[in-house]
Design a protein around this ligand. Structure first.
Ligand SMILES: [Zn+2]
Length: 377
């Protein structure tokens, strides 16, 4: 089961050089067409679903018609990078690393997934197995808002879910992830000239400051809960008492009660403004549940450990504070592992890279993991 690395890198170049930012469906369309062609070329069935005109399509890919699946593979076709990024800094390699927008997040892993399934299929190892691959285009920015429902439906019908996001920079795989909740708060005060009418003004920024301090200190590292006011803005000019302000709040958590605790703080603040003449409201909620390991997940980790040591591939396990589509899969109770793509780092930045010498080992690890799951039925 060998992978032709040159062909792989050539196709990865094609994928990376197509900008596929989540908000511009045309790019993800082209990625979807490419992946559709790849899977159809090995005789698999590809169903294209257009969930919303604001995002690219999703692909549900199966090796045969089935009510349930042994393995569900998850990856996303969109990136965070705006149109024009690939033209500015196209795919390139320096022999050791490959670079370019989306090279590991998640185009490399997606391609590895295809080649792993192709190899298993050619070796007739999938004859008694049902495999589903789900590729979405609304992962970045909007947290898979449209595709989460299909992901959950497919996950419920799958024995295991494997996510093709990159292996961490140190090679680790991910067995656990924090959930994410996001809120937008708006503060209303009364604008007034800072010199002439100061006492007529009521500062929305001052009220926001109370919220920021209260929310930041709601972080509880003993429970691994973080609260971050990531964006705060208000007022129009230095010479006026600010009449309006806005803040964006990001909560990462493992226990749902922690989200309730923080929204409780916001409710209390909203009910009792600290700054006279102001009021506030907020919108938002949980965007991704936590990915929590079950006993079966830990068993799968153990299998992957055994395969890794047989193949001589070093890696460890880690929890991550970042969100992935594995969260929706794990939410349904399906054992889910993430980070099975090639190893890399710098996601969402100009420095995004893939370690080229991890492509083949990680591909082998993926092949053997799928094989092991099938054999466990
Ligand atoms: Zn990403």
């Amino acid at each position: 089961m060998e992978l032709d690395l040159q062909q792989y890198l050539g196709e990865l170049e094609t994928l990376v050089n197509i900008d596929s930012v989540s908000s511009q469906p045309s790019g993800a369309d082209r990625i979807a067409a490419f992946m559709k062609g790849k899977f159809q070329s090995i005789g698999w069935t590809v169903e294209e679903v257009q969930l919303d005109p604001s995002v690219g399509p999703c692909l549900t890919i199966t090796n045969r018609p089935a009510q349930s699946y042994d393995v569900l593979l998850l990856a996303h076709m969109d990136t965070v990078f705006p149109i024009g990024t690939a033209a500015k800094r196209p795919f390139r390699t320096d022999g050791v690393r490959a670079y370019g927008p989306g090279v590991i997040d998640c185009k490399g892993g997606m391609l590895s997934g295809f080649y792993a399934l192709k190899a298993l299929d050619e070796k007739k190892l999938l004859q008694n197995a049902s495999i589903c691959v789900f590729l979405n285009s609304d992962h970045e920015g909007i947290s898979s808002k449209f595709s989460a429902q299909i992901n959950r439906q497919l996950s419920r019908r799958s024995r295991y879910a494997l996510v093709l996001e990159a292996g961490r920079a140190n090679g680790n795989l991910v067995y656990k992830r924090k959930g994410i909740a996001r809120y937008e708060a708006t503060f209303h005060g009364v604008a007034a000239h800072a010199g002439v009418d100061f006492q007529k003004g009521h500062s929305a920024v001052e009220e926001m400051a109370h919220w920021i301090l209260a929310l930041q200190s709601a972080t509880d590292l003993s429970k691994e809960t973080t609260v971050n006011v990531g964006r705060a803005e208000g007022g129009v000019t230095i010479s006026a008492v600010p009449g309006e302000a806005h803040a964006s709040i990001d909560i990462r958590y493992y226990e749902k009660e922690e989200v309730d605790r923080v929204t409780g703080i916001m409710n209390e603040l909203a009910a009792h403004p600290r700054t006279k003449g102001t009021h506030a409201e907020y919108t938002g909620g949980i965007t991704r549940p936590p990915m929590l390991p079950s006993e079966k997940t830990m068993q799968l980790c153990h299998w992957i450990d055994m395969i890794g040591s047989e193949l001589g591939i070093p890696f460890g396990w880690m929890a991550s504070g970042g969100g992935s589509d594995g969260s929706f899969a794990a939410e349904t109770g399906t054992p889910t592992i993430d980070g099975l793509g090639p190893v890399g780092g710098g996601a969402h930045s100009d420095g995004e890279y893939m370690e080229i010498d991890t492509v083949i080992p990680r591909y082998r690890l993926l092949c053997r993991t799928i094989e092991k799951i099938i054999a466990s039925s």
